[in-house]
Design a protein around this ligand. Structure first.
Ligand code: 5GP
Length: 150
C-alpha cells in the first residue's frame, strides 16, 4: 500500500480533470496524453499493482471501463482503443497505484512527424509485439501450476 499522487488526486488534494467518479473508482484525463482522450481509470483502493487489488475494487473498475471507453470513443471519434495496465517498474509502471489507461487510437489520422509530438496526429503509443512459441508440454506444465493457485 502506498500514498501515491493518485491517492492525493482521489482525496482532492491535487487537481485533475475528473471525468467519472463513484464510491470505488475515479477516472481522469491523463496529464501526458499519448492520444486525444487518453484517460486513466483508477480504483480508490491504494493497491500498487493489480495482484494486490481486492475483488470488489477490481469488479468496480471492470464495471465502468466499457462505459467510459464508449464515451471517449464517441467524443473523440476513435474507432480503436488500447486498454493498457502496467504493473511494476519493469512493466513501465511509473505511478505506484493501480490504474488502467484508456488510449484511443487514430491510425487513420496518420503518423507523427518525427520530433513533432502532436497527440491529434498520433501514434503516441507504439508497441513492439514479438511472439514466441508454446509447446503442448510447456502449456500443460505451466497451466497445471497456475490453475492450482486459482
Ligand atoms: P504508468 O506508466 O504508471 O502506467 O502511467 C502513469 C500515467 O499517469 C502517465 O501516463 C502519466 O502521464 C500520468 N500521470 C502522472 N502524474 C499525473 C497527474 O498528476 N495527473 C494526471 N492526470 N496524470 C498523471
Amino acid at each position: 500500500m502506498t500514498d501515491s499522487i493518485f491517492s492525493k488526486i482521489i482525496r482532492g488534494e491535487i487537481e485533475s480533470h475528473k471525468i467519472y467518479e463513484d464510491d470505488f473508482v475515479i477516472a481522469i484525463l491523463d496529464i501526458g496524453p499519448l492520444s486525444e482522450g487518453h484517460a486513466l481509470v483508477i480504483p480508490k483502493e491504494p493497491a500498487v499493482t493489480i495482484d494486490e487489488l481486492s475483488d470488489e475494487h477490481a469488479a468496480a473498475v471492470g464495471r465502468v471501463l466499457p462505459r467510459i471507453t464508449r464515451a471517449i470513443k464517441k467524443v473523440t471519434g476513435a474507432r480503436a482503443v488500447n486498454i493498457l495496465q502496467n504493473n511494476g517498474a519493469d512493466a513501465g509502471q511509473a505511478v505506484e497505484h493501480v490504474h488502467f489507461h484508456i488510449i484511443p487510437r487514430f491510425k487513420d489520422r496518420g503518423e507523427n512527424v518525427a520530433g513533432k509530438p502532436d497527440i491529434k496526429n498520433g501514434p503516441g503509443l507504439q508497441m513492439i509485439w514479438n511472439p514466441g512459441t508454446l509447446t503442448q508440454e510447456e502449456a500443460l506444465e505451466l497451466g497445471k501450476h497456475i490453475k492450482r493457485l486459482l
